[in-house]
Design a protein around this ligand. Structure first.
Ligand code: GLC
Length: 456
């Protein structure tokens, strides 16, 4: 499924580029899952599974022109640029954005507030995307926000302020880190042509250079995980950086050692590389077809894009709520992509949508948070979850965009023994049991949105 989108940037020379996210190719869900052997990681994973809903921020150089994150500098056949500049000119322009990213209104407490109001419980922040630009004050490179246009601002070590703001709101904290680094001479070496997303030199012929890349990567991870307080999740993107692929071996046992020396029990997500370092799976922009009984998380952006773009096409709050309902009934978490503006704020339209999602969760969250799965999890528009102590089921009627609530709902398993109540106000609703079928009569004047019922 190649999704293609046209982006036109008016920046001196108009640059037109077609970016298609080849998501399926890169980020397919793993077929097997391996439970970690470290019991602290298992415990943390179980706690994370209870959270259900989080935010994934993409914020970096790409916010300045409002374009797709990083990918435009990568030559693959799904990426096209106009012919008015050479590749080198284009790279110079892109990397030069470091001198323009000056988020004078940077306010991570506004982000944390908006996400908390949305009912989100954990957050993941792009410390470094594939373009290699660091959103923390790395000592390993000058290519960081702390050493460019934002260098004189007291908040230049952006990562610190983002993590602090979210910790203040009791969020579980995750750091996104790109394994590939298209700015590093140890990954894309100017001596060779750049073709595609991979390392551009033969690793077996240049072992020293790859060794340097490994060291650089380990040191950067060490910075992120040692300097900024507690981090709960290390979310590693760029699944093509793997031993099996051109020898791009980052020595994952060593990565895990560094990570857990700094952060005992940290959840590591080496996306799409199933095994001991993919502690949960991350289907991207999709929901798995069936329920899965191991830890997983769908990552889906609120608009069509991960990062901020000037004219986003947003999903409706109802659509996001419906997605969350289905994901939770199937045993997963939803991490929703939000892109802060180049000035450093979450834009009003996003805030509005996040608020609407949060308003629903405030009333119906009992059927979502801290629940577990039940084998019979779906019948038509109705999705089921279960209280962890097994004392009750929840039936959530998902109202899809453009539909109206019916006057009654019927289902045929997870039947009531005592009562059915509206989760939003605890009031009993009328129902009729006939054979193995229950029909619930919804009260009039319910708001036209998805509705959660408690089955006792
Ligand atoms: C895709 C995109 C990448 C983005 C990630 C987030 O892999 O290619 O740019 O960071 O999704 O899940």
């Amino acid at each position: 499924m190649l999704k293609t989108r046209r982006l036109c940037l008016a920046l001196g020379l108009a640059v037109c580029l077609t970016v298609g996210a080849q998501d399926n190719e890169i980020h397919q869900r793993s077929e097997t899952y391996e439970w970690p052997t470290d019991q602290l990681v298992v415990k943390n994973l179980k706690a994370w599974q209870d959270l259900k809903f989080g935010v994934l921020f993409h914020w970096g150089l790409y916010a300045v022109p409002g374009m797709v994150e990083s990918w435009a500098i990568c030559d693959e056949n799904w990426i096209t640029r106009d012919s008015t500049r050479t590749y080198q000119q284009y790279m110079d322009w892109y990397f030069g954005l470091a001198d323009e990213l000056k988020p004078t209104k940077f306010d991570p407490t506004q982000w944390a507030e908006a996400c908390s109001n949305a009912g989100m419980k954990y957050m993941i922040f792009t410390t470094k995307h594939h373009d290699g630009f660091c959103m923390w004050d790395s000592q390993e490179t000058d290519f960081t926000i702390a050493k460019h246009a934002f260098k004189d601002d007291p908040r230049r070590d952006v990562l610190k302020h983002v993590l602090d703001a979210f910790r203040q709101k009791q969020f579980t904290i995750g750091t996104y880190f790109s394994k590939p680094d298209w700015h590093s001479q140890y990954y894309w070496w100017d001596v060779y042509a750049k073709k595609g997303r991979n390392v551009n030199y033969p690793v077996d012929q240049h072992p020293w250079r790859w060794q340097q890349f490994k060291k650089f990567t380990h040191n950067q991870m060490n910075e992120i995980l040692s300097r900024y307080g507690k981090v709960d999740i290390l979310w590693l993107d760029g699944g093509w950086v793997a031993k099996e692929n051109r020898g791009q071996d980052l020595d994952m046992p060593e990565v895990a050692r560094i990570a857990r020396k700094n952060q005992p029990g940290i959840i590591i997500v080496d996306r799409t590389i199933h095994g001991p370092y993919e502690n949960y799976q991350t289907p991207e922009r999709t929901i798995p077809e069936t329920q899965l009984d191991f830890p997983w998380e769908s990552c889906i952006p609120l608009s069509d894009d991960w990062g901020w773009v000037p004219r986003p096409r947003f999903k409706s709050p109802e659509k996001v709520i419906g997605t969350l309902i289905e994901i939770v009934a199937k045993g997963g978490n939803l991490v929703l992509g939000v892109g802060p503006t180049p000035e450093g704020l979450i834009e009003p339209e996003s805030v509005k949508r996040l608020n609407a999602i949060g308003a629903w969760l405030k009333l119906n969250g009992k059927a979502i948070y801290n629940t577990t799965i039940t084998p019979y999890y779906n019948e038509g528009n109705v999705w089921f979850t279960k209280a962890k102590d097994g004392s009750r089921y929840y039936a959530i009627y998902r109202l899809n965009d453009g539909e109206k609530l019916p006057t009654s709902i019927t289902w045929s398993q997870n039947l009531p023994k005592k009562a059915i109540r509206l989760v939003s106000n605890g009031k009993r609703v009328k129902y009729k049991l006939q054979g193995n079928q229950v029909t619930v009569y919804l009260p009039k004047q319910l708001p036209q949105q998805s509705i959660a019922l408690e089955i006792e």
